[in-house]
Design a protein. Structure first.
Length: 323
């Protein structure tokens, strides 16, 4: 089977592409050629590399032609962020490709209303940010495309992706590296909310597993959308408590409210925390388990711990003691 992966040199593709090669796929990776895979796997030697600037070629109306000319059985799109871009690709590949898979996001959901959140339910408000709106609209378009007898499509919607080479969404819902230094040193961490807000991570290799299984179960995956996350979610307090244990520390919390929190950090970090924690996401993976056979290897804390250890070992994260 010939499989084209768009954006395969990134975090997801670093795990997905070797999986596909091992499964016997002939793999073509389309990327800008500005980055290398996060993992050094021998399977990459068997992958054909195609260099393309998707943004520029989308504007020129040429990207769909580039993909179609590769004559693939399956196309996996890991780097599509607008409905216009997704629609253009679908229109060009209709009748040309057997299966198109799209990487969405759990941010297609707005703030949670019922937990755990399930696909196709009233579990959440509609998204309000542009990224989430676009991901929601792409997923709806793909579902309608397949339901109408067009291109066979599947959308997979990951949580907060973590793994080697990647800074994880931290216990406060942002990417502030000083949080890890405070936790590792046993210092007090100022929390903006109640500490019960949820975040739902997923290891990049578990997400890659889900894509591989969706390709292998095309009929079951046709026209479907899936939450792809770890088996469980982490609350702010639980996350911080677990993280402190990695460094042999007891957790120290102080709830300061959102106004107080904004006084302790940068506007960027505060806005990122609000974006994550106000959604309060915790999702079910029952649909992916039953239709795809999705079996994630990593609990969220295991996935995050692997990320943190990699960052420490590679000198990219300063902490008070080894994790």
């Amino acid at each position: 089977m010939k499989t084209v992966v768009i954006g395969g040199s990134g975090h997801i593709g670093s795990f997905l592409v070797p999986r596909l090669v091992r499964a016997g796929h002939e793999v073509v990776n389309i990327s800008r050629g500005t980055s290398t895979p996060y993992t050094d796997s021998p399977e990459w030697q068997q992958v054909r590399q195609v260099t393309a600037d998707r943004g520029q070629e989308d504007r020129e109306g040429a990207f769909g032609d580039r993909v179609a000319e590769l004559d693939a059985d399956v196309v996996v799109d890991l780097v599509c962020f607008t409905l216009d871009s997704a629609t253009a690709l679908v229109n060009r590949l209709r009748g040309e490709v057997g299966h198109l898979l799209h990487c969405g996001s759990i941010w297609r959901y707005g703030a949670s209303m019922k937990l755990p959140m399930a696909e196709g339910s009233d579990s959440a408000d509609e998204p309000t940010d542009e990224y989430g709106i676009q991901k929601r609209d792409i997923a709806r378009m793909l579902k309608d495309e397949t339901a109408s007898g067009g291109l066979v499509t599947t959308s997979l919607h990951p949580g907060h992706i973590v793994g080697p080479g990647w800074h994880p969404v931290g216990p406060l819902g942002n990417f502030d590296p000083t949080v890890w230094k405070k936790i590792s040193a046993g210092q007090t961490v100022h929390m903006p909310g109640s500490g019960t807000e949820m975040m739902h991570h997923v290891h990049a290799d578990d997400l890659a597993q889900a894509f591989e299984k969706a390709i292998g179960r095309r009929d079951a995956a046709a026209g479907e959308d899936f939450n792809i996350v770890a088996p469980t979610a982490l609350s702010v307090r639980g996350y911080a408590r677990i993280a402190a244990s990695w460094f042999g520390q007891e957790p120290h919390f102080e709830t300061v409210g959102w106004d107080g929190f904004r006084r302790t950090t940068t506007p960027e970090h505060a806005d990122t925390s609000w974006a994550h924690l106000s959604r309060n996401h915790c999702l079910t993976i029952q649909k992916a388990k039953s239709l795809l056979g999705y079996t994630p290897r990593y609990e969220p804390e295991q996935a995050v711990h692997e990320s943190v250890r990699w960052l420490i070992e590679h000198g990219q994260l300063e902490v008070g003691s080894p994790a």
